[in-house]
Design a protein around this ligand. Structure first.
Ligand code: CP
Length: 296
């Protein structure tokens, strides 16, 4: 694997091989910590991030790499430098991999056509966030073993969510049943073609889910009003303690972050016994170590 641009097109065995490798990258695992010794990994974040950028940085450093953390803020982007000029100039400094986040769907794919080093998609617009889906699948697999027959309910702003797209592709490839739920205005066309079932009735779907993945309302990507108010959204689609109580015993609650507390997820639920949100973050380091090992 030279690049990681998306989950689209991956076969089950390929995903499982990567997740198996991530097991070896957990703390105390058998993977060598000098795989990237003497190499440089460049984080190119044209859009803000807390989890993904720090996770790739920790993963790369823990494999012996040096990490260049470039952000658009404070760069020559403000002077009009293009994406490709930025990418080519950073590549000229010698990294083995570029980890790229961009607000435009397809930006890492464009970059990958013009560089020789590996390109890893750290989230492109509303398109894909493959490392997030892999760490989510990894987290579920560590709880359940194989995902066959399990139901994952993805709730919220599906329309603008690259996490939803990558997760639908990844979880269905691994044998899970994926149901997506949100207001009709935030459910894009094509979900069924991707293998997901679709509903607008959270309270009907909730008791059948083995895991619920809540997604943030991406107000920064919304160009029009998709529902009357965030209060209305929280009332109809927010996961609150009463809804959490109606979930199956042992069912898990996930969120890729950042959380809009009190909107898609009540604080007591985000921090409650069902929540594996911080496990997702912790597992992200092992999964990204495996990605860097395979791509670099
Ligand atoms: N899950 C995720 O992509 O979070 P960040 O935006 O903080 O990287």
């Amino acid at each position: 694997m030279r690049h990681l641009l998306g989950i689209d097109g991956w076969r089950r065995e390929e995903i499982e091989t990567l997740l198996d490798r991530a097991e070896a990258h957990l703390p105390g695992g058998s993977a060598s910590s000098s795989i990237l010794q003497g190499k440089v990994v460049a984080n190119l974040f044209f859009e803000d991030s807390t989890r993904t950028r720090t996770s790739f940085e920790i993963a790369a450093k823990s494999l012996g790499a040096q990490v260049l953390n470039w952000t658009a803020q404070g760069s020559s982007v403000s002077k009009g430098e293009t994406l490709l000029d930025t990418v080519r100039n950073i590549e000229a400094t010698g990294p083995v991999a570029l980890v790229i986040r961009h607000r435009s769907s397809g930006a890492p794919h464009l970059a990958a056509r013009h560089v020789r080093c590996a390109v890893i998609n750290a989230g492109d617009g509303t398109h894909e966030h493959p490392s997030q889906a892999l760490l989510d699948a990894f987290t579920l697999r560590r709880h359940w073993g194989p995902l066959d027959g399990r139901t994952v309910l993805i709730v919220g702003d599906i329309l603008h969510s690259r996490v939803a797209r990558s997760n639908i592709l990844c979880l269905t490839a691994l044998g899970a049943r994926v149901v997506v739920c949100g207001p009709p205005t935030l459910l894009p066309v094509g979900l069924k073609d991707m293998g997901a079932e679709v509903t607008t009735k959270l309270d009907e779907a909730l008791p059948h889910a083995d895991a619920v993945m809540c997604l943030r309302l991406q107000v920064e990507r919304q160009t029009e009003s998709f529902f009357p108010s965030t209060r209305e959204f929280a009332r109809l689609f927010g996961l609150n303690p009463a809804r959490s109580d109606r979930m199956k015993p042992g069912a898990l609650i996930m969120h890729p972050g950042p959380i809009n507390r009190g909107v898609e997820l009540a604080p007591a639920v985000a921090d409650g016994a069902r929540s594996v949100i911080l496990e997702q973050v912790a597992n992200g380091v092992a999964v990204r170590r495996a990605i860097l090992e395979v791509c670099s």
